[in-house]
Design a protein around this ligand. Structure first.
Ligand SMILES: Nc1nc2c(ncn2[C@@H]2O[C@H](COP(=O)(O)OP(=O)(O)OP(=O)(O)O)[C@@H](O)[C@H]2O)c(=O)[nH]1
Ligand SMILES: [Mg+2]
Length: 386
């Protein structure tokens, strides 16, 4: 077999060179992307290095060549075609053409994915600190890759080094676009029942106390509490202490019947906060239990409380377990114990759910923020950039 290496800016151009040189029977043996630096090393130029080969056996091709398209196994198929009778030749030719087209389509999609991977893994050096920054903020790999690709495309023809400010603006615009249909903002105050759900110890009761205190102090609302956390005396006592401070009633419910009675009893109030028992929500059973106990109708607003200190994969498992419940927004807690603001973006974008509040400490009612997107960006970009 005769083998030769070719360099070209695209695979199509490489194929043109190969055909002109080795003929239509040439096959691609190997190909790779080669990157060379340009403009003070800021921009990297890609080209393709293709190794092609051809069998020295002279053989007349029956398959009309398809212009501009590479052929990988045409030689094998041609041998089969040569042996068929002339009157069947047309039929077989079109069959071979179809087969070839399919292979070419496959090849094209392989090439596209090779190109994509090479863009991702070969950002210019100048982009790497930005990529590292996004990683340090724990933005998901999917988002970093998507942003990295866009950054690369956007700045590859730039004649100056990209600044942190430019990168920040670019990332903000990208995330803003992703969050276009995701609502960020606290209690709407047009729903009477506020369901607060989430795993054990994430800060549900404390956050309820913070939200309730703010509703009373800032919005002058008449509020009450329902707790379904009947497993621990301490949990009921904890809520009663907060309720006492706000002079608000508390109802403890053990069953659906109790829940309905409590709702009737507290009907005169503006807002009713429903505290639930923290359970291991990786088990579907507990989510089902909640559905039989609490009302998730459109008179209620439901928040899923997630601790920012939890492992993101565990949080994802919980969010997915809650899929059947109409969760309106997240509440992220324990922001004071972590720097990973990225998790908030990851979850909001992945699950298309909004954000009501984040909490940043144990003090009631101080340590709660009702952020807007600008505030989140400010936090995201306040980390150390090297
Ligand atoms: N550092 C920090 N601690 C918090 C925050 N929010 C709540 N906590 C603490 O987390 C612990 C658990 O809070 P709770 O409100 O009892 O959590 P919960 O989700 O109701 O817990 P269970 O009812 O047991 O499921 C308490 O010690 C809170 O003070 C926060 O934003 N930051
Ligand atoms: Mg609790």
């Amino acid at each position: 077999m005769k083998m030769k290496k070719y360099n070209a800016p695209s695979i199509a151009e490489a194929m043109k060179l190969i055909r002109a040189d080795l003929g239509e029977d040439a096959v691609i043996l190997n190909s790779k992307v080669v990157v060379t630096k340009k403009f003070l090393g800021l921009v990297k130029k890609r080209s393709f290095e293709v190794v092609a080969g051809v069998d020295r056996v002279e053989k007349k091709s029956l398959v009309p060549p398809l212009p501009e398209l590479p052929s990988i196994s045409a030689t094998v198929q041609q041998e089969e075609v040569i042996r068929v009778a002339p009157n069947e030749q047309r039929k077989d030719e079109s069959f071979v053409n179809e087969e070839l087209k399919k292979e070419i389509a496959d090849l094209k999609s392989i090439m596209q994915s090779v190109q994509r991977q090479s863009i991702q893994s070969q950002y210019p050096d100048e982009l790497l600190p930005f990529i590292d920054y996004l990683k340090s903020q724990e933005l998901s790999i999917e988002l970093i890759t998507a942003i990295g690709d866009e950054l690369f495309k956007h700045f590859k023809n730039s004649d100056h080094a990209i600044s942190f400010h430019e990168m920040r603006e670019f990332v903000e615009n990208y995330l803003r676009q992703q969050l276009l249909h995701v609502e960020i903002g606290g209690l709407t105050y047009d729903k009477k029942y506020i369901n607060v759900l989430g795993p054990t110890g994430v800060g549900k009761t404390t956050t309820i106390a913070k939200m309730a205190a703010r509703s009373v102090l800032e919005k002058k609302k008449k509020i009450g509490f329902i707790t379904t956390d009947t497993y621990r005396i301490a949990a009921i006592e904890q809520l009663k202490i907060y309720a006492g401070l706000l002079q608000a009633p508390v109802e403890i419910v053990y069953s659906r019947e109790d829940y309905k009675n409590a709702i009737k009893k507290l009907d005169y109030l503006d807002l009713i906060f429903i505290d639930t028992a923290g359970r291991n929500y990786k088990e579907a059973k507990y989510v089902n239990d909640l559905q039989t106990l609490i009302d998730f109708s459109d008179r209620s607003e439901s928040f899923l409380v997630v601790s920012l200190t939890a492992k993101e994969r565990d949080v994802e498992a919980i969010v997915e377990q809650f899929e059947q419940i109409p969760i309106n927004k997240f509440i992220f807690t324990k922001m004071d114990e972590t720097n990973s603001i990225g998790t908030m973006f990851n979850l909001m974008i992945k699950y298309k759910k909004g954000l009501a509040y984040y909490t940043n400490g144990q003090e009631v009612p101080e340590d709660i923020e009702q952020p807007d997107l600008e505030k989140l960006f400010e936090l995201f970009f306040q980390g150390e950039f090297e």
